[in-house]
Design a protein around this ligand. Sequence first.
Ligand code: NAD
Ligand code: TYD
Length: 343
Amino acid sequence: MAEAPDLKRGRFLVPGGAGFIGSNFVRMIRKRFPDSRVTVLDKLTYAGNLANLESLSGDPGYRFIKGDICDAKAVTAAMEGCDLVVNFAAETHVDRSIEKAHEFVLTDTFGVYVLLEEARRAGVRRFLQVSTDEVYGEILGEAANEESPLLARNPYAASKIGGERLAYSYFATYGVPTIVTRGSNNYGPFQHPEKLIPLFVTNALQELPMPVYGTGKNTRDWIHVDDHCAAMLAILAAKDVEGETFNIGAGNEKSVLEITALILDRLKKPQSLIRHVTDRPGHDRRYAIDMSKLAKRTGFQPSVAFERGIAATIDWYVENRSWWESVRSGEYRHYYERMYGAR
Ligand code: NAD
Ligand code: TYD
């Protein structure tokens, strides 16, 4: 097995770096490793937003390329001179995948194949495929470990399985040094307001109803985006992790109703904003992952306590109203009307 790469001087390619987690990751790399270089390749779909990377404008260690990971030519050009690939590019919203899965299959599966082919040709040092705990499907018993069966139940999660298994197959078949991470639900700044926490915070700030699907008893394991990104860096810096898969979670299992109550409390808004609406089809009741492998192999432990992280996140949306008002205009209005108008 190869030695761990020197991240300090890493030449990173970050597909999907203009989205929520990717932009937080890119900022973290540039802050921690001033001698690194980062290329972001992003299609700028409705979810990609250059405002997320605004704080890096003028940084000589950062460059942005607009392009699609399904386009081999764009990928070849972007990967030139890069030795570490961390792929965030994906269609990510379950409700949109239920409406139409086409783009999910293309980007989350085929796009990963295009990146892997180029990584194989270019001979990169490491290729981290960012996957999700949703690949396990709903977990009603013991928390899933990395050996648990992949029983995805929605088109987003199924497409992510395609991407991560292709990454593993490139390791097993061609020796491409791939790693797969399965992160739990992230929260933090710059998250698109289609997802639960920013949707509910920004709705509450506008006195709009908070649409709880079904009973609201469904749970997720919430991790702050900084912890997720720091865990990925710990894995990239570890020895002998090629071909391995790591769960990344923080052990904060909360229901939708618990999250809703925290938001209402912090914003001092009334309970009457809660609106129970028709459930999501095939709504996974619970995700829960065992993170012991990550701790054992890298020593990593999450450091953002949930109460502190969620309070800081709510405050961020309060303080960055122009960011989310801009995201919530345009395409978002049509999406919102389709998704919630008659629900
Ligand atoms: P996001 O939707 O905020 O961002 C996705 C980014 O990918 C956007 O910038 C978009 O423009 C870009 N993109 C989409 N299709 C592309 C294509 N064909 N070519 C190039 N760029 C493209 O997503 P996120 O929440 O930041 O998630 C990032 C990654 O982490 C995804 O792979 C997702 O599956 C995974 N993940 C997310 C979570 C979560 O809670 N958000 C949890 C675990 C894993
Ligand atoms: P979401 O942020 O879409 O993430 P996931 O990919 O885990 O489904 O949803 C998180 C939880 O919040 C999930 O149980 C569905 C629920 N939810 C609502 O109740 N109402 C909403 O409007 C949204 C977007 C999500």
